[in-house]
Design a protein around this ligand. Structure first.
Ligand SMILES: C[S@@+](CC[C@H](N)C(=O)[O-])C[C@H]1O[C@@H](n2cnc3c(N)ncnc32)[C@H](O)[C@@H]1O
Length: 211
């Protein structure tokens, strides 16, 4: 869902830092050949995340929801040489495609893929992260937020995607996914000791950091 006109969005993208040619090739390939390509974060959201990675001097990232590896590549491109990104997904086919693109990037060696369901993968991870990007199955959003709060470095940032869910968050009881996102948003809103902002960028980006 676009909350602004495509003309305005294109103008914003044209005036923002853009991902590499390879990331743009991956975006085009996904949009033309892969089912579910509306799941991609796209260039508008990429530029916001890029900005936050630099602002927060982020060195390590956890991503839930790899898909074809576009957002992972965009984020890895902004990490320092010794930066690391772990990305989790349950789909072996899209993960394979992601790997084929990462291999072609000088930043691909920063990315580690875990092929498991989100909750299972998270149960094996103990370290903290400077950035946690939540963009996988919506039914687990409350669980992913709880886990992320416990695994955030002192100056870390949590970004939760699709938190406006095409405006469906205004209609509780619509379906399980919508209610889960609403539950997540209420949890985030009620957090004490954190600064939050729900940005109406693309489908809604909820940003959370310690106060
Ligand atoms: C919105 S897409 C991620 C898009 C990606 N971040 C990007 O913009 O390039 C969501 C992904 O979550 C994955 N997914 C769905 N259920 C999952 C689960 N239980 N655990 C982990 N990943 C899951 C899907 O396979 C899909 O690839």
């Amino acid at each position: 869902m676009n909350l602004i006109t495509s003309q305005i969005q294109d103008y914003c993208i044209a005036h923002s830092t853009r991902p590499s040619e390879l990331a743009r090739e991956l975006e085009t390939h996904t949009r033309t050949s892969i089912h579910g390509s509306n799941m991609l974060i796209g260039e508008m959201e990429s530029s916001v995340i890029t900005f936050l990675i630099k602002l927060g001097q982020v060195k390590n990232i956890l991503e839930l929801g790899t898909y074809t590896g576009y957002s992972a590549l965009v984020m890895a491109e902004q990490l320092p040489e010794d930066g690391k990104l772990i990305t989790i997904d349950i789909n072996p086919h899209t993960t394979e495609l992601a790997k084929s693109f990462w291999k072609r990037s000088p930043h691909g060696n920063k990315i580690q893929s875990i092929l498991k369901s989100g909750p299972e993968a998270l149960s094996t991870i103990e370290q903290t992260f400077d950035l946690i990007f939540i963009d996988a199955d919506k039914n687990n959003y409350p669980h992913y937020l709880t886990w992320s709060l416990q695994h955030l470095s002192p100056r870390g940032i949590i970004i939760v995607d699709n938190t406006l869910w095409s405006g469906k968050i205004l209609t509780p009881g619509l379906d399980k996914q919508t209610d889960s996102i609403i539950c997540h948003n209420e949890m985030a809103k009620s957090l004490e000791g954190y600064v939050k902002t729900l940005l109406p960028v693309r489908d809604g980006m909820f940003l959370i950091t310690k106060a």
